[in-house]
Design a binder for this molecule. Structure first.
Ligand SMILES: *Cc1c(COP(=O)(O)O)cnc(C)c1O
Length: 462
């Protein structure tokens, strides 16, 4: 299996190389050259298997000879052993043909753990083999950072630096990043919003002297291995509701488009997905793009679902690449326009293609809060605000096909929003109940590339 860049100008890589590289050197994102298709029989045979067994069957065709099957099986087992639920991704029912996929039973209580715990294992195995050291720098709207720190804390050959927008994440999110005491963990609170953090991270990757000097590696969802890990739960959920014999639909609370893109890959692999719905909060650039065919950046408006407070949705580039028949030059030109002119217009053909793959909707702040309140009253299920955005948007698509909304975080990660809507303050699971007592360690940093680069060079522990 070989990986190519969405901008067509970077070297073709193996799975291991694409995983260790993150962003392609032409500024693009890596995607598999072809998507393997599983037969209906192969999908049907997943019924009743453990999450880990399905994970092996879904991901195996993508990893080439980076790991042997036995090795890969062991890494998957270790990645998910730390989860607080035996099913890993349990499905619960909210109403007729209306389901919720709980993706928040990992160590940092958000779906990011599914990919990050696995990436931690894959990186460790690859680095142990090569003897190399790397510097991971990540940008986070709150959940990627804590998941990355949890996955890489204390590892010998890795330093992990996480940039988060100062003052714009929840206290639980912040504490999960600032309380680990290992010397290789560096939480950086940056002045600006998440788009600023992500932009400066891309600038670091595009500074090849710095990139090679510190052996920079990326764990944001621009990293293909993360998207791949997220394909798995689309299969486990759909199969448990009768796929491949019965189609299902998914609604995905969306920010950087990584999670919903994983759903698209599942569909390309042969999973019968009827509708794949993009759900946005009031930062609705993706919903507007789907409606108008124009992607135009506006300012980020902070919301009660902060992990989705994004305007520049990196992984959308991967969908655009397919929408343009894999023409990297067109994608590169549109991404230039987004960066330099604040927007671009999608061709009519590509817009129609996107409309055939994805539906979309948005939830206002009031609708999000009302959805949390209604789900609590009618089902006893406490939704985090991101999951509530999904459940609200999914309502318009309920019908004869089962709808599965992805519950992306645990309600206790956003207790203020949940309490405001329901009057009930969700407690942290007992395994992390002392989070509010642990001492914090964080560095305030300016939105300045040079300053950040020198800080990283000084802090590296190897
Ligand atoms: C990251 C995140 C999202 C958005 O996921 P993307 O893959 O960036 O689209 C939604 N909800 C929560 C809780 C998240 O942490």
């Amino acid at each position: 299996m070989r990986y190519i860049s969405t901008r067509g100008q970077a070297p073709v890589l193996t799975f291991e190389e694409a995983m260790m590289t993150g962003l392609a050197r032409d500024g693009g994102l890596y995607v598999p050259e072809t998507v393997p298709v599983l037969s209906p029989d192969e999908i049907a045979a997943m019924a009743g298997l453990s999450y880990e067994d399905v994970a092996l069957r879904v991901m195996r065709p993508f990893i080439g000879d980076t790991f042997t099957e036995a090795e890969f099986r062991g890494l998957i087992a270790r990645a998910y052993a730390v989860f607080g639920h035996a099913a890993r991704a349990p499905l619960v029912q909210l109403g007729p043909n209306d389901f919720l996929l709980e993706l928040f039973h990992g160590p940092t209580l958000a779906f990011k753990d599914f990919a990050m715990q696995l990436i931690g294992q894959l990186f460790q195995a690859a680095l142990a083999r090569s003897g190399q050291r790397i510097t991971i720098v990540g940008a986070t709207s709150g959940d990627t950072g804590s998941a990355a720190i949890e996955a890489f804390r204390g590892l010998k050959n890795v330093d992990v630096f996480i940039l988060y927008p100062h003052g714009r994440i929840s206290e639980v999110q912040r504490r999960q990043m600032t309380t680990p005491s290992e010397a290789n963990v560096h939480a950086l609170a940056m002045d600006g919003d998440f788009d600023d953090c992500q932009a400066i991270l891309k600038d670091m990757f595009n500074d090849f002297a710095f990139r090679d000097g510190v052996r920079l590696a990326g764990v944001n969802s621009i990293n293909w291995a993360r998207v791949l890990a997220q394909v798995v739960y689309y299969f486990t959920a759909a199969v448990s509701l009768g796929a491949p014999h019965r189609p299902v639909s998914f609604t995905v609370p969306t920010g950087n488009f990584g999670d919903v893109f994983a759903g698209y890959i599942a569909k390309r692999m042969g999973l019968p997905i009827d509708r794949l719905v993009i759900a946005t909060n009031q930062n609705d650039i993706l919903h507007r793009t789907m409606q108008t065919g124009r992607q135009v950046k506006e300012g980020v408006r902070p919301s009660i679902s902060p992990s989705m407070d994004i305007q520049v949705s990196s992984n959308f580039e991967r969908a655009l690449f397919d929408a343009y028949g894999r023409d990297g030059a067109v994608v590169a030109a549109q991404m230039e326009d987004l960066k330099d002119r604040g927007g671009f217009t999608i061709s009519q053909g590509a817009h129609e293609w996107l409309g055939a793959q994805f539906a979309s909707g948005r939830a206002s702040e009031e609708e999000t809060a009302a959805t949390i309140r209604a789900a609590w009253a009618t089902t006893g299920e406490l939704l985090c605000p991101h999951s509530a955005v999904g459940v609200h948007v999914a309502k318009a698509f309920l019908g004869s096909v089962p709808m599965i909304t992805l519950a992306t975080a645990h309600p206790a990660k956003f207790p203020d929003a949940v309490e405001a809507a329901t009057g009930f303050r969700p407690p942290l699971p007992s395994r992390m109940a002392d989070l509010y007592e642990r001492s914090e360690r964080v560095t305030r940093v300016p939105n300045d590339l040079t300053a950040l680069q020198s800080l990283i060079r000084e802090r590296i522990t190897h």
